[in-house]
Design a binder for this molecule. Structure first.
Ligand code: 8Y4
Length: 283
């Protein structure tokens, strides 16, 4: 197997991500839920506490997102998204030793959060929104490009692939070329198969099985499967009972060479990562 890796150190703002080993990215959701009415400040405190716990559990990155990608979710204006995300980026940057990943497709949010200390742009739309390529280039930050067809609202309407892994690879290669054209070099890119985005269960399982083929693109892979419906469907489990299935996939992803795992359950996933590292570093 040929694992092409030009450099093992990825500068992410004021920190460096060591790509020689696998890392855990903890998911921090800051979309307000209608049932909690603790107010802005207690919501910010709660988010910071959650981030702090994930860092203590071993997360190298925290993914902060202010726009729901759930099908049917209400569209959020750029200003509203920025007002949700900016305060938490600012506080994490000030108080925690962690790389801040911003889950956004919005150019203004990319520019402003980069100024506030973000270290990585995580865009599920792969910089396809108007102005996103230029905004991401201007930040100088690394970008995670993820495969998705269509938009979160319509992506699950009967997706079709002749060869899902091949088509995901072609998509990511095309997005890398668009990045190169605006001055975002390959060295600054992380690639993501996009599990659960415009894919049915068979697509997700096949893509996972053949994930190694994406190493041909020469960039580190990020995998996000935590609590997703591919686990629910394969095991017939509701969302609260998907941890063990998720840990199995985390272990498989690391063995297949993935470098970043985007998860809700950081402590449990860190045990998986560290156990694999212990075995792999043996004589
Ligand atoms: C339960 C919990 C069921 C969460 C579904 C979900 C990815 C991502 C998301 C991913 C990258 C999600 C922002 C979907 N997934 N970014 N974002 N890769 N890079 N659903 O796979 O977590 S949101």
């Amino acid at each position: 197997m040929t694992f092409v890796q030009s450099s093992t150190r990825l500068p992410c703002g004021n920190r460096v991500l060591d790509l020689a080993r696998a890392h855990v990215m903890g998911i921090l959701n800051v979309t307000p839920d209608s049932f909690s009415d603790g107010g802005r400040f207690s919501q910010l405190d709660a988010a910071l506490k959650h981030a702090e716990a994930m860092v203590a559990a071993g997360a190298t990155l925290i993914d902060v997102g202010g726009e729901s990608t759930r099908p049917g979710a209400r569209a959020v204006s750029p200003l509203e998204e920025l007002e949700r995300v900016a305060p938490i980026v600012e506080r994490i940057h000030r108080e925690l030793d962690v790389i801040i990943s911003v889950d956004t497709s919005t150019p203004a949010v990319m520019r402003e959060t980069a100024r506030l200390g973000a270290g990585l742009i995580n865009d599920v739309r792969s910089l396809r929104r108007d102005g996103a390529l230029d905004a991401a280039a201007a930040t100088g930050l690394p970008v995670c490009l993820m495969h998705m067809l269509g938009e979160p609202g319509d992506m699950q309407d009967n997706p079709h692939y002749a060869d899902v892994t091949l088509e995901v690879g072609e998509f990511l290669e095309e997005r890398m070329a668009q990045c190169a054209a605006v001055g975002i070099p390959a060295e600054r890119i992380i690639l993501d198969p996009g599990f659960g985005f415009a894919k049915n269960l068979q697509h997700n399982l096949s893509l996972f099985k053949h994930m190694e083929a994406l190493h041909e693109l020469g960039r580190p892979l990020l995998v996000g499967v935590s609590r997703k419906s591919m686990i629910g469907q394969a095991l017939n489990r509701p969302v609260g009972e998907r941890l063990h299935g998720g840990l199995a996939l985390a272990a498989l992803a690391v063995v297949k060479g993935a470098r970043i795992l985007r998860v809700h359950d950081v402590a449990e996933t860190m045990d998986v990562v560290r156990m694999i590292a212990a075995v792999e570093s043996a004589e």
